[in-house]
Design a protein around this ligand. Sequence first.
Ligand SMILES: [Zn+2]
Length: 383
Amino acid sequence: MLNRRTFHSGLGATMLSAGIAKPSFAKSEYYGPNVVIIRFGGGVRRQETIIPKDSFAPKLINVLAQRGVLYKDMRIEKLDGLNTSHAEGTLNILTGRYMAYRDVGQGFLADRLVPTEPTLFEYFRAHFDVPPHEVLLINGEDRPQEEFFTYGLHRHYGVGFRSEMLSLHRFKLYKNTKILADQSQTDAVHSAAQTEYDKLLAADVRATSPKQSGPISDFWRKWRAHYGDDGLRNPRGDRLLTELTIRAMAELRPRLMMVNYQDPDYVHWGNASHYTRAISIIDEGLAQIVDFADHDPFYRDNTIFVVVPDCGRDANMLVDLPYQHHFNSRSAHEIWALVFGAGIGKNRVIDAPVDQSAIAKSIAALMGFTADRAEGDILPGLA
Ligand SMILES: [Zn+2]
């Protein structure tokens, strides 16, 4: 049992009294640090990530860990009915609560978790005058269910405070809208575009999906001019997420962003090398994103990175399908977090157990707002 209520930190108060960012009832301009949340996702174990001798993420554990605070014993609390999986873990991070979601899916759209509590995106945009394209979710291609993470059902927040989202799914919606509006195309091209468009919308049950804001449409216009329509030239899988993230930072200047890496999860269908190779690709992508931030005047010295897995994986290698995460095993609850950047302590390792639900309140404190409905405590030893 974690004694998480005993942790206290004056970080939030310190930052407020230092005048870094003063929340008020009238929305004020945001002058605080940028925050990039990297979901080291698709479920990873400590063993292959933060244990140096076995790690497939050398940049994470040998280089970036020295720049910040490593929480070696972050856990997902054991609660009745809690599933250690991707959507669930992501929403633990974004809402600062466990099981703050409802499954709105049915039939072939099953497993659609919608947050029932406000997300960090909503808290942030409720406090500060920040347009939706500066609050970004970067998602994988084949997970339209993560569309739901842009806002929740809480009645004081919701769609008016949502984040924007970048994914190949979103690009294809944009692309097909453009093809359908292009009078120079043949009937056959229009008909194919309509079919694909309808399919995309059917996988995406929120009616707001196609309405992307002007800056986002502009982002896709440039993406399309660069990579074309065939989908063969742009990177795929988690490398695509890295590319989307760096382009988004250059063009849209997001203040709060979450990057949902996911490919270690391919181990469900294959052998262990899919898992370890995917960890290396995320490690590489993380290093590239940090390098971009280090050399960009908008992000340099003014950005905090929060790297955290959505969930762990099973440690029992004797079963038929090793590396699963749905069986409530201890190691599926065992994760970690690395926080580094502006104002964060350096080269520090925290051994004490902390909770995944602490991340939302910690980010809120760092950015100068409160996440009232979040339950976790602020992470100890951050500043
Ligand atoms: Zn999985």
